[in-house]
Design a protein around this ligand. Structure first.
Ligand code: GDP
Ligand code: ZN
Length: 313
């Protein structure tokens, strides 16, 4: 049998279709074997950090491996890759999505968090909203929206990589979980990971210089294990998160506050736009759904429509 020598392993990182796979016999550099992983729908990346795969030795290249199979994912964090015009799996099999944000430099972007949380929950991940740079003064408008995240049931954990505040508490929240760290460039994701585990030595960048050089586009997600016993997937800073793989009618159910009102809409297939008797729009009007969350939903809905046009047209 061809797979007699196959072993299972965990994908640590992948760059240009070459994957580092951790097996019980060490880390193997692997490529994907032929058509094994062909799927019916087009994908930006067939395999992501965190995936569990079957690997066999590559007869044509001693010391390297071939990925011959992919386990069903327990969870996945995905987004629509606009450039690649296809869904992209950011991380596979993570338990927790740590959405890293800051209120100053770069400014707080709650609508980015809305989408990230929706994508994470759609993929079966728990969500933690990590508010870094809490040593800096926050804008009251940002604090109000943050408070709303708490109100609708998200866990918000403030911390500062600079002062160390909240870092031990964060370590506790991560214990025993595979956590994927996601955020816009410059929010301090690398700094937080370094604060959790100084041995990681991740590069910390200057926000503006980073933007200029566009460094965030050159690195890929990577599964890291620390001597402190933490398991995290670090991801490149992302500028935008477009949702993917959702039916239009399901979107509101991934906005957990909207989801509590959506079943009461008069129209069965309500998308909560201009429909008559829309309970979601009413809730936003009455302040039971934060008006900015509702606006955020409408924009995400418009983007999902656009994505479908790309995917099919
Ligand atoms: P990343 O792009 O999200 O990985 O962000 P970095 O970790 O590279 O940090 C971006 C910038 O924010 C750097 O100049 C850091 O020194 C700064 N920074 C990171 N964490 C904090 C923090 O807790 N407080 C303050 N004031 N600055 C921070
Ligand atoms: Zn509605």
């Amino acid at each position: 049998m061809a797979d007699a020598q196959a072993r299972r392993g965990r994908v640590l990182r992948g760059i240009n279709a070459i994957y580092d796979v951790e097996t019980d016999a060490g880390t193997l550099r692997c490529r994907i074997k032929g058509k094994v992983l062909k799927t019916t729908t087009r994908q930006y990346n067939p395999i992501a950090a965190g995936d569990v795969v079957a690997v066999a030795p590559d007869p044509s290249s001693p010391g390297t491996g071939m990925i011959t199979g992919l386990d069903v994912r327990r969870t996945q964090l995905s987004r629509w890759n606009r450039k690649g015009r296809a869904p992209q799996v950011i991380a596979a099999n993570a338990d927790l999505a740590v959405c890293v944000a800051s209120t100053r430099s770069p400014p707080f972007r709650p609508r980015f968090i809305d989408r990230l949380a929706a994508a994470a929950e759609d993929g079966g991940l728990e969500v933690l909203l990590l508010l870094n740079k809490c040593d800096l003064d926050a804008d009251p408008i940002d604090l109000e929206r943050l408070e709303d995240f708490r109100r609708i049931g998200y866990r918000v954990h403030p911390c500062s990589a600079a002062t160390g505040e909240g870092i031990p508490g964060l370590a506790e929240l991560l214990r025993g979980k595979l956590a994927v760290f996601v955020g816009q460039s410059g929010v301090g994701k690398s700094s937080v990971l370094n604060a959790l585990s100084p041995g990681l030595g991740l590069r910390v960048g200057d926000v503006s210089a980073r933007r200029d050089r566009g460094i965030h586009t050159t690195v890929n997600a990577e599964l890291l294990r620390t001597p402190e016993g933490l398991e995290v997937i670090d991801t490149p800073g992302i500028r935008e998160l477009m949702l993917t793989g959702l039916e239009l009618q399901d979107l509101a159910f991934r906005y957990r506050d909207l989801a509590t009102y959506a079943p009461a809409c008069a129209v069965a297939a309500c998308l909560h736009e201009e429909e008559e008797g829309c309970a979601v729009r009413d809730a936003a009007g009455a302040g039971n759904v934060h008006p900015d969350r509702y606006e955020s939903y409408l924009r995400a809905l418009a983007e999902l429509r656009d994505e479908r046009r790309y995917a099919h047209g």
